[in-house]
Design a protein around this ligand. Sequence first.
Ligand code: ATR
Length: 294
Amino acid sequence: MDKNDYSITGKAKIAGVMGFPVAHSRSPLLHNYWLRRYQIDGAYVPMAVDPLGLPSALRSLAPLGFAGCNITVPHKENAIQLVDTVDELAKKVGAINTVVVGEKGSLAGSNTDVYGFTANLEGAGKAWQKKKPALVVGAGGASRAVIIALSEAGCGEIRLTNRTNDRAITLSREMQPHVKKITPVAWQDRDDAMKDCALLVNTTTQGMQGQPALDVDLRALDDNALVTDLVYTPLHTPLLLEAKRRGHAIMDGLGMLLHQAVPGFEAWYGVKPVVDDTARLLLMTDIMNAKIPE
Ligand code: ATR
C-alpha cells in the first residue's frame, strides 16, 4: 500500500501498549500496519510506563482521549487491580492485556491472550484432539492464559509440569475451579506424562534466543500429537524442530501474538482485522532483522 494513502488527522483514534521496557513489543508494528491497511484514521503508540507510574498512566487514558491500550510485561497482573471492570476470562487468568475506555471514561480490562492461543491452534484443524489430555510446561503468567484457553476449548485433562514443582502444584490448585481436570506432574516425570497427550505446550522461556532448549524427551508423545511453543524468537525453537523431525504437527508462537491483537484492534478502531500471511510476514521479518537480542 502506498504510504501516502494514509494520514492522521486531529480526529484520529489513539491506542497503544504500556510495558516496561516496551521497545521489544511488536504491537505498534502490527496495529499500525492494520490501520494503514484498513485506511483508518488512527495511531498506536509504545508507552514505556514503569510499575510505579502504571496507575496514573491508566487513569490518563480517558482524559487524553485514548480508545484504550494493551498491557504487556511486567504489568499484566497489576493492571487487573487498576481497571473498573474485568471480564470473566481475565478474572480466571488473573491478568489483563487489553483495556478499552468506555463512554464515561471507565476502563474495561480483558485478556485476549486466551483468544490468541486458541485462535492460533484452531489453525491446526484436526491435528488437535481437544478432548484428550494436554501437557503444559511452565507455571508462569503465560501458562495461566494457556490453561484457561485449553479449558474453554473443551480440553478434558490438563497436566501441568514446571521446573519448580511447588509452582505447578500451586497453580493447579488455583486453576482447579476453572478447569475440568488439572493435575500437577513432578518435573522429573514430565517425559512420561506425555503419554496419551494430544498436545504439548511450552510456556517457559526455554528455547528462546540465548536460552538453552527446553529439556524434554518427546519419545512418549503420540505420533499425532500437536506440539506448540509460545516462544517466537526464534520462530522454530529446538523443541519445534525436534517435534517436526519426529513427524508431529507443530504450531509456532507467532500466531498467538497476531491473534491476541485482534479483539483490541476491533474494540478501539471498529474493524476486525484479518490475520493473514502479510501480517505474519511483517512480524517475521522484523523479528529476523532485530538487532537487539530478544
Ligand atoms: P511468564 O510470565 O512469561 O510465563 P515467568 O513467570 O518468569 O514468565 O515464568 C517463566 C517460566 O519458565 C517458569 O515456568 C519457569 O520455571 P520456574 O518456575 O522453575 O522458574 C520456566 N523456566 C525458566 N527457566 C527454566 C529452565 N532452565 N528450565 C525449565 N523451566 C524454566
